[in-house]
Design a protein around this ligand. Sequence first.
Ligand code: GLP
Length: 264
Amino acid sequence: MEVIIRPTDHAAAELIAQIIATELRANPHLVLGLATGRTMESVYRVLVRMHRKEDLDFSLCSTFNLDEYVGLGPGDPHSFRHYMNEHLFRHVNIDRRNTHLPDGRAPDLDAECRNYEAAIARFGGIDLQLLGIGQAGHIGFNEPLSALRSRTRVKSLAPLTLEQNAATFGGEANVPRRAITMGVGTILECRRGLLLATGAEKAEIVAKAVEGPITSMISATALQLHGRCTVVVDEAAASRLEGFEYYRRIFATEPEWEQFRNLQ
Ligand code: GLP
């Protein structure tokens, strides 16, 4: 795992988008794993800008989202499919047939989960997986006690997750109780992981995820097992990290990051 600290949430999102753009330019057929949530909105804004102003081309890439609420269809404004359409897909030249999210209204949810895994495999696996982190430490909707080898499945949402998503749904009672999510094991198979966390409210969970012991109570800690995972945080989200100065030096001095140092 490597941790990159940027001064602001804007700079952190800009770096994430630049990493995605660099990988997409190097491999136009990139299989991109995508995430939802407020944190990701600024990443998608930058990607849309890059498409418009710098000809960033999405025409050959494919995407797989981490999760979807059970019971919500694409027309529902709270569905993650709707989120993706609004924040990214309709603004760039991606072929919608190559964009994938689990179908939260599938009549047979277990079959839907198996099919999702099969589709990821058919596309050759995920090259670059974008991840956020929930306040309970989940990646996707891998709530506490998610097995570190879990695959795509239906998960019951934890109280903290319901609380965190309450505002979006106009009250906790309206938040769906279950979601289909890629498993921790599914996520760990991506070739590169890229986690973004911003804001002081994520500082404590980021410190646990990055520097704490690996535990199924906090599924993000499983990323410590991944051979190539980059965690990008702003200073607020980094504030509880013991290795703050060390991580800062890595971005400032390692040759890999040179091309990204001049970003605002
Ligand atoms: C949801 C999503 C996660 C996301 C998390 C953080 O629970 N399933 O994938 O990482 O929210 O959201 P936010 O960026 O709004 O804090």
